[in-house]
Design a protein around this ligand. Structure first.
Ligand SMILES: [Zn+2]
Ligand SMILES: [Zn+2]
Length: 304
């Protein structure tokens, strides 16, 4: 039994990838997180960060030939959260099985949205031609997922109606739909195992005061990973204000961390044009207000 619960950042950018010397320390890939929890692997989003994770997984497969079984959770289907999937090495191995969950956006099934991201003539391969097995399912806010080594695959429950008897070691995943992101919102996920919890809240914009639903959803969690795309000056910029663009300022993330009394805050979904020096200055400013703040960087692993 694997006793660990940790999260590793593979992509921390919003919008589009930004490689180069000025982003070397923080990293230039778009959103992807690897969560190792109770012996399960859960991947959150498939921005370009998933390509590096996939390389590592294929290298391991070449050594041990253990079939790859992974749960992938999508917050939503914007490019910066899906564009790495066509280049995810394990997707091209016949020995891989993916259980993929995410929201239905604007009346489009998750599977159809993913298929659109890899469609000839703009991409050489149709999603149907991928060698791996994929089970793709839309989930709704009232549902929850559970993963257990007693079951062959993750199970979906109605979080309100069903009172499932879950194995003691089951990993639970709850979700909240944030409507503060165009168009159709984004899912925020809470992953729970034993007495530890993390919340992944990217692509959501803070409300006046703060988002009261989110502060309940994230109440007291060990780690809150929160959108921090802008500074307050950028958000309120008189020439090009970012209000309504569906992202938060780092100040909003800090306010949420305090309101929800979380134990640790990680700032993520960095603006593509914010370089290392800029982001490290933001980290210091945020730490002055909420000391348990860390800037999400590629390769950073947080142990819960
Ligand atoms: Zn995004
Ligand atoms: Zn988005």
């Amino acid at each position: 039994m694997d006793e660990s619960f940790n999260v590793k950042f593979w992509g921390v950018r919003g919008g589009y990838p930004m490689p180069g010397p000025s982003t070397n320390r923080v990293g230039g890939n778009t959103t992807c997180l690897e969560v190792r929890v109770g012996g399960h692997l859960i991947i959150l989003d498939a921005g370009t960060g998933i390509i590096g994770l996939g390389r590592e997984m294929v290298a391991q497969y070449r050594i041990d030939h253990v079939p790859i079984v992974t749960t992938i959770l999508f917050t939503h289907t914007h490019h910066d959260h899906t564009q790495g999937f066509p280049f995810f090495g394990p997707a091209h191995l016949p020995d891989s099985t993916f259980y993929i969950f995410g929201p239905k956006m604007l009346h489009e099934d998750l599977e159809a949205a993913l298929a659109k991201a890899m469609l000839p003539p703009t991409f050489p391969l149709d999603i149907e031609e991928l060698a791996s097995m994929r089970y793709v399912r839309n989930i709704r806010e009232r549902e929850m997922l559970a993963l257990s080594h007693d079951w062959a695959e993750p199970r979906v429950f109605n979080a309100y109606r069903d009172k499932p008897e879950l194995p003691a070691e089951a990993v639970k995943v709850r979700l909240m739909r944030s409507y503060a992101h165009p168009q159709g919102g984004a899912f925020l996920y809470r992953i729970e195992w034993r007495d530890k919890k993390l919340v992944f809240a990217t692509d959501t914009e803070g409300y006046h005061g703060w988002d009261k639903r989110l502060s309940r959803f994230a109440r007291g969690v060990d780690l809150l990973i929160h959108d921090a795309e802008y500074t307050e000056e950028e958000y309120l910029d008189p020439v090009s204000p970012r209000q309504g663009w569906g992202h938060s300022t780092w100040q909003m993330a800090v306010k949420m961390a305090k309101a929800a009394e979380v134990k640790q805050l990680a700032l993520t979904h960095h603006h593509a044009l914010h370089d290392d020096d800029f982001l490290e200055a933001v980290e210091k400013e945020a730490q002055a207000i909420f000391p348990s703040t860390v800037l999400a960087r590629e390769s950073l692993t947080i142990e819960l």
